[in-house]
Design a protein around this ligand. Structure first.
Ligand code: ADP
Ligand code: MG
Ligand code: MG
Length: 888
């Protein structure tokens, strides 16, 4: 037979699934001997059963009344007893804390009779009527569905009429009148009377708490916090204690240490002569908890002792709610407290020092997301004013700069030493130079995985995207929000952690953690936060099995990655090396009419590429550098088709002679136009049809290796072929690669051996990994493309189109471009790992792309048995930390 009700003394903190977090912790405190008002918990199972059928499960009301009887016997009072009533609170409490999202009803058991009994028994008429008006108000809004604003209006009118400044200014007669006014309001709004039967109140309150699980607020909160909808809430029925019985009573909240900084010592707020709800509601001003030491020394000492007991017992920061009733302290709630990233690191380190937890446990209590937040400079939030606009906080941190509206302006002004914010409707790969030059990127369209967001995160650049109230006028070089216009050159501040834009230069505070990483972990480790971070990193590096490499295309990025602890480069993209001034040369190669023309263009590119590789190999000396052969469709290096056509048409219309070059270009652009370039001529396909391209790139790599070796270095280049579908493609390219390597070795007299491997980024490659491993010395999962091709949608197109709808409908809990889709894409990874290793046991396997720096994905890759993850330099510390946590 199922049981739906547990007395507090029967539960414990490990029963949170059944009793909810609040119930489990009330039980735990009860068993620890702390002063908890007695009560019982109705299980989440009862809630699920009620919500599924719409009626109370069999036996529930029986169990509740049995437990009520026990409670009444223990207290010597009956619920609603007319002379000295037992009163109850009915409190929601789900498995995961959903602060303020569901309902709680206090003072159950009061009615027109028992309010008089309470007044007599307590000797305090005002208090009794205050409790009653609270019940009628809470019951009326929560259980009977009357808009709570209507109660507040009645209250406000009464205060005005009686000249009371705050609720303490209302006397017993005022409050008795208020109860009548509230009851009238309920009658008017619902056609029903406020129920006078205490047992009826209790029953309806419990069911209302069940129903509040499906309230709109609660649902929204769950979606945002990824809390499953099916869990249901428990209901705690508890004896009331009163903080509103006079100046020797009060309520407060407390933390065992400061949840913002982690500093030890009592921390919290106290409100005398008040119920707990008044503290949170901010009706009157609270005083710091430390004032309680003077107001009520014995209670303060007890509270301090209880907090210490709790922290030692839970071995973590706890937060609590307490009430003092005429000098008696009661504990009403506790839980392991939420904290900032800074406090998480600081507390973890301190608890190790205090001998309460091990270093492994400390590592489990910090997170990569938290670390990422600590690495960015921030705005001094106490000093910023009203936000100009709000968008999606896509890449955290704070940046100040002059608004600019195109990439060229960003580059120009930045070169002149100005700090700029690139403002666009949305960004495209063409905006890359401007994004690099800017302090921050701000867009009016697109979500967390839009181009702007992804690229900015990769670069560790601040980004707010999808700030929809902004109208960006690129032509006019301004944006507007309502009546405010921001012209080019106007300084704005972008907060990528909060998703806010401020006018002017908001004051910044530097991140000590970033300075620590920038110094290669060698910098000053002043006690406190930086030291705590350093200790977590050391622990993570000690336990992790996954290697961590970086995605880096320049010597500067490579050097930074190394300072941040990267153990090599997992992805060196070569396409960025084809942009800028070199675009001309690429264009010449594409347009080449003859073999000789093409060779000339390739010959001109060769030394430039070689120089790129020399710099990167030098920065990563002694560590592996995986260089990917050219990947994107060639036409990305040509001018835009429409623009070119318009230019030609305009020239013709004006009768000016059309440039032969332009005509030729348009021809090429038309020839190479693809409806679906993502699935078109790119990756290895390009190498197989563009003669000389692979040979040129491999020669540049090989010659760079030779040069580094001659300089006494230890270059470890690895050559990676992108977008393989079948082993045949790899076999052909590999032969060409080996031939060039042999030629360069022979010509230079310096042996050049580079492992040749492939990206696994198409489902077919993953499914035939056993075959592909015959030709590949390593695999690197390109999870961005693998996600696109497995799901069959293009990241660049679908984001704005339907992702937010999918997230709302719960089809995705999180975008599969942000966190790896374990079920689908992850399964392909697992198949490829198993079959690849079966064919070649020493196959080295890594992952490159956004997911390599995503905490949840890192845990998956650890479990899948990969050798390393590779991510942007700024994510390297995050990946190290999470790889360590995954190994715990
Ligand atoms: P929430 O989860 O929203 O914090 P709670 O169940 O903790 O809701 O209750 C809201 C307020 O009611 C709390 O501030 C608490 O202090 C007060 N409260 C709850 N139960 C009691 C009780 N038995 N006696 C006195 N006050 C109570
Ligand atoms: Mg609470
Ligand atoms: Mg790819």
């Amino acid at each position: 037979m199922v049981r739906y009700v547990y007395e507090f003394a029967e539960g414990g903190r490990d029963m949170a699934d059944l009793l909810g977090g609040k119930g489990a912790n009330l039980a735990e405190m009860t068993r620890m001997g702390l002063p908890v008002p007695p009560g019982f918990t109705v299980t989440t199972e009862a809630c699920r059963a009620f919500l599924a059928t719409g009626s109370e499960p069999d036996g529930l009301s029986r169990e509740i009344s049995d437990h009520l009887t026990a409670l009444e016997q223990a207290s010597g009072r009956r619920l609603g007893q007319p002379d000295d009533p037992l009163l109850l609170s009915v409190r929601s409490g789900a498995r995961f804390s959903m602060p303020g999202m569901m309902e709680t009803i206090l003072d159950i058991g009061l009615n027109d009779d028992s309010v008089l009994g309470l007044a007599k028994a307590s000797g305090n008429e005002r208090f009794a009527w205050d409790a009653y008006r609270r019940l009628v108000q809470m019951f009326g809004s929560t259980v009977m569905g009357v808009d709570s604003a209507l109660f507040e209006n009645v209250m406000a009118r009464l205060k005005e009429a009686s000249g009371a400044g705050d609720d303490l200014g209302l006397d017993a007669a005022d409050l008795a009148g208020l109860v009548e006014a509230y009851k009238d309001l309920i009658r008017q709004e619902t056609g029903d009377y406020f129920p006078q039967s205490p047992a009826g109140q209790l029953r309806r309150a419990v069911l209302a708490v069940f129903e509040s699980w499906n309230g709109e607020r609660a649902r929204l909160y769950r979606h945002r916090e990824h809390i499953p909808d099916h869990l249901g809430t428990a209901v705690n029925v508890q004896t009331m204690v009163f903080g509103n019985r006079g100046p020797d009573s009060g309520s407060g909240v407390a933390f065992t240490r400061d949840p913002a900084t982690g500093r030890p010592g009592l921390y919290g707020d106290y409100l005398s002569n008040a119920q707990g709800e008044d503290v949170v509601a901010g009706i009157r001003n609270t005083v710091p908890l430390t004032d309680l030491e003077h107001l009520d020394p014995p209670s303060y000492t007890q509270l301090r002792d209880h907090l210490r007991t709790l922290e030692t017992h839970y071995r973590d920061l706890c937060d609590i709610e307490f009430t003092i009733e005429r000098g008696t302290l009661w504990m009403l709630q506790t839980r392991v407290g939420k904290r900032t990233a800074e406090a998480a690191f600081a507390i973890a380190a301190e608890l190790v020092d205090e001998g309460l937890i091990t270093s492994d446990e400390a590592l489990a209590r910090v997170s990569g997301d938290g670390l990422a937040r600590l690495m960015f400079p921030r705005f001094d939030t106490s000093a910023v004013g009203q936000a100009l606009a709000r968008g999606i906080p896509a890449s955290p941190g704070a940046a100040v700069g002059a608004a600019v509206f195109d990439s060229a302006a960003a580059v120009r002004r930045a070169a002149a030493g100005e700090k700029v914010v690139l403002v666009r409707q949305e960004t495209t790969p063409d905006d890359l130079p401007g994004m690099v030059a800017a302090q921050a990127v701000l867009t009016s369209r697109g979500g967390k995985t839009s181009h702007a967001a992804v690229v900015a995160r990769g670069m560790g650049k601040v980004c707010v995207c999808g700030a929809e109230e902004m109208t960006v006028d690129t032509q006019g070089r301004r944006f507007t929000v309502g009546a405010t216009t921001v012209e080019e050159g106007t300084v704005i501040s972008v907060d990528g952690s909060e998703g806010a834009v401020y006018p002017g230069a908001a004051p910044l505070v530097d991140s000590a953690v970033m300075r620590y990483f920038e110094s290669g972990g060698q910098g000053e480790r002043s006690p406190g936060l930086v030291d705590a971070v350093a200790r977590a990193m050391q622990q993570a590096d000690g336990v992790r099995r996954l290697g961590v490499r970086a995605n880096a295309d320049t010597p500067e990025d490579a050097a930074r990655a190394r300072r941040f602890g990267a153990e090599g480069i997992g992805l060196c993209r070569t396409e960025h090396m084809f942009l800028g001034d070199r675009r001309q040369l690429v264009e010449a190669m594409i347009l080449a009419g003859s073999d000789a023309d093409r060779e000339r263009a390739l010959d001109a590119l060769l030394p430039l590429q070689r120089q790129d590789f020399i710099g990167i190999l030098e920065a990563m000396d002694g560590l592996p550098v995986t260089i990917r052969l050219l990947d994107p469709p060639l036409h990305e290096f040509l001018p835009d088709r429409t623009e070119l056509a318009v230019r030609l048409a305009a020239a013709e219309a004006h009768g000016t002679p059309t440039s032969a070059h332009d005509a030729e270009l348009l021809d090429a652009v038309n020839r190479m136009h693809e409806e679906n370039p993502m699935l078109g001529l790119r990756g290895v396909r390009l190498g197989l049809v563009a003669p000389g391209l692979v040979a040129m790139q491999v020669r540049a790599i090989a010659e760079a290796v030779v040069e580094r070796k001659r300089a006494g270095g230890d270059p470890r280049a690895e050559i990676m072929v992108p977008l393989i579908d079948t082993v045949e493609e790899l076999r052909i390219v590999r032969e060409e690669v080996e031939q060039v390597l042999a030629e360069v070795s022979k010509a230079s007299g310096v042996p050049v051996e580079c492992p040749v491997g492939t990206m696994i980024e198409l489902p077919r490659a993953a499914l035939t990994a056993g075959r592909i491993a015959e030709e590949a010395e390593f695999f690197s999962f390109g999870t961005n493309d693998l996600t696109q091709t497995t799901w069959g949608f293009s990241r660049d197109d679908v984001e704005a189109a339907f992702f937010s709808a999918y997230l709302d409908k719960g089809i995705f809990k999180v975008s599969p471009f942000e966190t790896i889709d374990r079920e689908g894409v992850g399964r392909l990874v697992q198949i490829a790992v198993a079959e690849g290793r079966a064919a070649r046991p020493d196959l080295k396997i890594g992952v490159c792309g956004e997911h390599g720096g995503d905490p949840d994905s890192v845990h998956f890759f650890h479990g899948a048995g990969l050798d390393y993850v590779s991510c942007s330099p700024f994510r390297v510390p995050v990946a190290r930390l999470e790889a360590g946590r995954a190994a715990l």
